[in-house]
Design a protein around this ligand. Structure first.
Ligand code: FE2
Length: 394
């Protein structure tokens, strides 16, 4: 069966074995059932306000579809369980064009190694929570140095403060580096108010562990939250050590870790007037093969198409990471009271949030990773490169 979508433009979609084939004047591209299920653009598959993924990708049954229909610029697949996925033909065309123009001949990287000075925690009960008094952190270099060291080794730090005044958040952030300006502003308010930004973070629902800024070429190195008012019930921050997951995968299944270190994953953020897009592997390594950054956000993952032999291996590997990151036993559950300040390494530590009730109000912001690294070298004198520089500004 061949279904014409636009004869004049020569575009067709036809079912073919375990997926459909989209053809245009540029060539033919196969989309698997799993890919189509993963990329549904209907309301059940994707939040219409945030454009963030709703469908549970990794428990999908990639079994053969029940029926395929094309009309009004969309492809609709009705699955055996009665559910449907709707994908715009324009999306297929754009993804196919990107796929056909890509070079897939690159070989897979090796599984990453993990630097020795990170203290990995797959069981948060096994570590003493990194916790420092905010006033001491501000006023005493030794306390600040100790806090920075905890943050670098564990991937997060709680500073216990006694005021909800925004000036405390500013002072603590400036002690660590410089507040970054983004589409959210510098220091921003986080409350269940979807009019602020089209993002699931601005709701009251459970938020699965993820890293922020997968849509940014230089994802924020640190994120902080200052608690102005905790939720009446729930709303705890959930932290998961992404480096620990990577280390476990590298030891137990190096091929999975290698795929996660090699396949470039696109992330995007869309709201009126904004369309951010960037890409990098889930596990980014340096020239020594050491893991330097974890990027994982299934909500914001943008469409891209891999060659058939790699696609299922990628879904399997990405799904393994997703499943591990969502294991409740891995979560450090952080309860902040008014005045407390949580900061975590967004290149390592995934964060989420329990569902909540009541007018929970946090303020938050982003800092750069290099400024934390700088602070550590300056305060703790353990940097590997102690170069002098006056900077070049002129
Ligand atoms: Fe987030």
């Amino acid at each position: 069966m061949q279904i014409s979508t636009d004869d004049r433009a020569g575009k067709t979609v036809r079912p073919d074995g375990d997926g459909v084939v989209f053809s245009s004047l540029n060539g033919s591209t196969r989309f698997s059932w799993r890919w189509l299920r993963d990329h549904g653009e209907d309301e059940a598959s994707r939040d219409p306000d945030t454009l963030q993924r709703r469908v549970d990708t990794f428990t999908l049954d990639p079994a053969e579809a029940g029926a395929v229909t094309v009309g009004e610029g969309t492809l609709t697949v009705r699955w055996p369980n009665g559910e449907t996925s709707v994908v715009a033909i324009d999306t297929l065309e754009a993804v196919a064009a990107d796929h056909l123009s890509s070079d897939w001949s690159t070989t897979l990287a090796s599984a990453p190694t993990i630097g020795a000075d990170a203290i990995l925690w797959s069981d948060p009960a096994s570590i003493k929570p990194p916790d420092v008094d905010a006033a001491a952190f501000l006023n005493d270099d030794d306390a600040c140095g100790a806090g920075v060291e905890l943050l670098c080794r564990y991937g997060y730090l709680v500073l216990r403060g006694d005021t909800t005044d925004r000036s405390l958040a500013e002072a603590l952030a400036n002690r660590l580096g410089y507040v970054r300006q983004t589409i959210f502003g510098g220091i921003w308010d986080l409350a269940a108010n979807l009019t602020a930004h089209a993002d699931t973070a601005y709701t009251q629902i459970y938020l699965g562990p993820h890293t922020d800024g997968t849509y940014s070429h230089d994802a924020p190195g640190l994120q902080f939250f200052h608690c102005v008012r905790p939720a009446d019930e729930g709303g705890e921050s959930l932290l998961v050590d992404g480096f620990a997951i990577a280390a476990e995968l590298a030891a137990s299944d190096p091929e999975v870790a290698a795929i996660l270190a090699s396949v470039v994953v696109a992330g995007r953020y869309v709201e009126p007037g904004v369309h951010l897009l960037a890409e990098r592997p889930v596990l980014r390594t340096n020239h020594r093969g050491e893991l330097v950054q974890v990027s994982f956000n299934n909500y914001d993952r943008a469409p891209f198409l891999l060659p058939p032999d790699l696609e299922e291996r990628f879904y399997s590997a990405y799904g393994r990471f997703a499943a591990l990151s969502d294991e409740p036993s891995r979560r450090a559950v952080i309860s902040l009271t008014a005045g407390d300040f949580l900061v975590f390494d967004n290149w390592r530590t995934l964060h989420g949030r329990n569902a909540f009730s009541g007018p929970r109000h946090y303020i938050g912001g982003y800092l750069n990773h290099e400024d934390l690294e700088s602070k550590r070298r300056v305060l703790n004198s353990n940097g590997s490169l102690q170069r002098q520089s006056s900077g070049l500004h002129g």
